[in-house]
Design a protein. Structure first.
Length: 292
């Protein structure tokens, strides 16, 4: 028997069912003790009048009603606390979970949960003890789609800062080269005024400097183009990552919704109802016998 959940969530369901079975066992022991107390304290004679029997049954009804009501209220509050844990984790994902209360009366699903409980606890002969119920508290979800998106954005921002720093460095080099060119041109003019025969060497220096400036300009343009292309690629990658995040969030929403449906279909209420029905039938039989 399976609930259609992944291994982690199924283990969480098993832990809750173990806790519920433990609480159910305590409740049944309490009810049994109520009847046993009545037997030990009141059934000390061989014959009783109708009024005495009615008085004993009324007292027993009051005690059992109080115990069962207390256990049902405690179960409700326990389920609310469990829902609170799940909703708190969902809010960290900025999700809004929804519940379908009508599914709690789905007999087919209830039978499926009962079969799952039977396969997990009865066939394996697992003994429920209090130590098994001590489990770590639910931790907030710090990893997942949103964390991946944050890391991707941080990586893109870091890469963008590196490109900006590199661009500034190239701009500084280009500015320094232009300043150097201006200085050399001024020096060349001074040399031309002093020595006209060094015109050829000066022209060669100018040519080399112009070639150097042209090379720096090409490098600058190439770096700028690479930066633009890389920025475009990073933006596209960010969009793809956001789409993946939305897909993951949608899958998580569907899985959480299914978990809520399965989680709220517990067999505790049905078992208690069956017990009360049997007890009522027993009381009716006793009353008929007493009437005869």
């Amino acid at each position: 028997a399976e609930l259609g959940l992944n291994e982690h969530h199924q283990n969480e369901v098993i832990n809750y069912m173990r806790f519920a079975r433990f609480k159910r066992g305590l409740c049944l022991k309490t009810v049994d003790s109520c009847f046993q107390d009545l037997k030990d304290s009141r059934l000390v004679e061989e014959t009783f009048t109708v009024d005495e029997v009615i008085d004993m049954l009324d007292g027993l009804q009051t005690v059992v009603h109080s115990e069962v009501e207390s256990e049902l209220i405690n179960t409700t509050y326990t389920n609310v606390l469990l829902l609170r844990q799940l909703f708190s984790q969902a809010e960290k994902w900025y999700l809004k979970l929804q519940t379908d209360v009508s599914e709690l009366e789905n007999r087919e699903l209830l039978e499926q949960v009962a079969e799952f409980e039977k396969s997990e606890f009865t066939s394996s002969n697992k003994k429920v003890v209090l130590a098994d119920l001590v489990k770590p508290k639910l931790a907030p979800l710090n990893e997942g789609g949103s964390e991946l998106l944050n890391k991707t954005v941080a990586c893109l921002q870091e890469e963008n800062e590196k490109l900006k720093t590199r661009l500034k460095t190239i701009e500084t080099q280009a500015t320094a080269a232009l300043d150097e060119k201006s200085r050399l041109e001024k020096s060349l003019k001074d040399l031309q005024m002093v020595q006209g025969d060094q015109k050829t060497n000066a022209n060669q220096d100018i040519t080399e400097l112009e070639n150097k400036v042209a090379a720096l300009k090409c490098q600058f343009e190439k770096t700028l183009n690479d930066s633009t292309a890389n920025q475009k690629f990073l933006e596209e990658n960010l969009v793809t990552t956001k789409h993946d995040l939305l897909k993951v969030q949608d899958q998580l929403s569907t899985a959480e919704k299914e978990l809520e449906k399965k989680f709220q279909q517990t067999a505790a209420y049905r078992n208690m109802k069956e017990i009360l029905t049997k007890k009522n039938e027993l009381i009716k039989d006793l009353r008929k016998k007493l009437s005869k």
